[in-house]
Design a protein around this ligand. Structure first.
Ligand code: NAP
Length: 493
């Protein structure tokens, strides 16, 4: 299969927070990969900005090191790296002060596509928007890219939307959720809306339930005090998992157009029912002991990682929710996410109902439901579990087999070379395509659903349940499914 890379016109991209973790690990190496792929033309300018004083050469040296660390050897071509670095510049600028803005203005071409990536702490989003405007750098066509978290509740999200709206129109604001940049997530829309096979079955009449799992093996170490003010509900459910749920549950948009898609997602969020206390389980991971000792912990538990011995913040949450509309009433959606779990995996599993009548008496015990599994990581791909006859003589015994489509295998070289979510999303910003970015009203609706859930457990004084590191989460999360006669899928890579 021939790879199709459509180059864009020269642009200016200013990365605020260019010396930070996200820029170093994802944004700048991702831009290099797009350059290597031939998508970014010579003459495009990538301008790093942060408070640290350094010249452009020192910044280029930092980016060269970031490319060495985060780009695979096959794409680390010295001539290409040099050519990419030649397009880089750096300006020392403080989001909270007025120094550095004039040199930045001198570097940004007002007549080109120009974009400003806010890869800085959320408290700086407002000041950056304000100063870009005040110093005459932003034009009516400029774009700003805003990282998560977008607020910590409805009130703060509204305030942030209002601040950004003072300086930028909604069509200029790109609220990034990197889950939406994943190949499989977009493929979910292709599978649903470019095929006739699934859509007639995609409703409560045929879908028994949906499971969305985002499991991580890492704890919160290193950013424990930040995470302790957030928790799994704010950090994962309100944004990433809600977006996945929307793409599964939404009605077909009339066109694959940013507002048409986002209108349909918004309707799903608005149709979400409040979640009752008995449908939520929260957990906190425990530490692990070193082998051979009974007191040393090999890995700290959540309470040590967060440096807050009284913390009631959840590192795990599982919940059951309902989308109350004609399509989905009667089909529960089960969401779970947690840290320090058994394996790192993100997947959506759509479990279909039993056929209305079985003609295979002998096969009753071996019958399993059809399940469509959409894997986000690792090994992005899809897998449809189907029943077939077990080969060989001995009567009609059924066996479940996967129809497996790993993108890497199915699409050969091109599939193995799937761009990172950040790469894709940054190029969408340059092309001016907002389909995979959250609109302000979507974010607010998501908080409006999340806030009462959090307020509920805070008012009850609920404590998260401890769970073992390396497990599947708290026992009660299993019960959440068992009592409905269902099971979570095993967490494994
Ligand atoms: P970080 O490592 O702490 O980097 C922050 C960056 O901001 C640094 O380059 C810092 O450089 C710059 N900065 C700090 N204060 C500034 C100021 N007053 N004016 C201008 N620049 C300033 O943070 P990060 O992990 O990269 O995260 C950046 C944003 O992305 C945050 O909103 C975070 O929530 C979000 N995010 C991060 C990740 C991730 O994996 N890291 C994932 C999802 C979302 P100087 O000190 O030199 O100014």
């Amino acid at each position: 299969m021939v790879s199709r890379v459509i180059p864009v016109d020269p642009f200016d991209l200013v990365v605020f927070g260019a010396t930070g973790d996200l820029a170093t690990r994802k944004i700048l190496p991702g831009l290099y990969r797009r350059f290597f792929a031939g998508q970014i033309p010579d003459g495009a300018r990538i301008i790093g900005a942060a408070r640290s004083e350094m010249d452009a050469d020192a910044f280029r040296a930092q980016v060269r090191a970031a490319i060495d660390d985060h780009v695979g050897a096959a794409k680390r071509d010295p001539a290409q790296i040099d050519a990419f670095l030649a397009n880089l510049d750096y300006v020392a600028v403080d989001a909270m002060g007025d120094e550095g803005w004039a040199p930045l203005k001198a570097l940004v071409h007002p007549d080109r596509v120009n974009a400003f990536y806010f890869s800085v702490a959320p408290a700086l989003f407002g000041p950056l928007a304000e100063r870009l405007h005040a110093h005459g750098i932003a034009t009516p066509d400029s774009r700003i890219v805003v990282e998560k978290p977008f607020g910590r509740d409805l009130t703060s999200a509204r305030a942030l939307n209002a601040t950004l709206a003072e300086h930028f129109e909604e069509h200029q604001i790109y609220r990034i959720d990197h889950y939406l940049g994943k190949e499989t997530v977009q493929n979910l829309m292709a599978v649903r809306f470019a095929n006739i096979l699934f859509e007639p079955l995609w409703n409560a009449q045929f879908v028994d339930h949906v499971q969305i799992t985002v499991a991580e093996t890492v704890g919160v170490g290193g950013r424990g005090s930040y995470y302790d003010k957030s928790g799994a509900m704010r950090d994962m459910v309100q944004n990433h998992m809600m977006q996945l749920l929307c793409l599964i549950a939404m009605e077909p948009p009339y066109h694959f157009d940013p507002d048409a898609v986002r209108d349909e997602k918004l309707k799903v969020i608005r149709a979400l029912q409040p979640v009752v206390a008995s449908d939520i389980v929260r957990g906190q991971y425990l530490g692990t002991r070193s082998r051979g000792t009974d007191c040393d912990t090999a890995q700290p538990g959540y309470l040590q990682d967060s440096e807050n011995p009284d913390s009631r913040t959840e590192s795990y949450v599982a919940l059951k929710c309902h989308v109350a509309n004609w399509r989905w009433t009667g089909t529960p959606f089960y969401l779970r996410t947690g840290k320090r779990l058994r394996a790192r995996t993100s997947e959506i599993a759509i479990t279909f109902k039993e056929p209305p009548h079985s003609i295979f008496d002998e096969a009753d015990e071996t019958w399993r439901e059809n399940v469509l599994v959409i894997r986000l990581q690792p090994n992005e791909g899809m897998n449809l579990k189907m029943m077939i006859k077990e080969p060989g003589p001995g009567g009609m015994r059924l066996v479940q087999v996967p129809l497996d489509m790993s993108f890497a295998e199915a699409l050969g070289e091109e599939g193995a070379d799937i761009p990172d979510a950040y790469e894709r999303l940054i190029m969408d910003v340059i092309r001016g395509n907002q389909t995979l970015f959250m609109r302000g009203d979507e974010v607010e609706a998501a908080w409006a659903w999340t806030d009462p859930i959090i307020a509920g457990w805070e008012a009850r004084g609920d404590k998260p349940q401890p769970y073992d590191s390396g497990s599947s989460g708290p026992e009660d999360a299993l019960m959440l499914m068992h009592r409905d006669g269902r099971r979570w899928r095993e967490i494994r890579e």
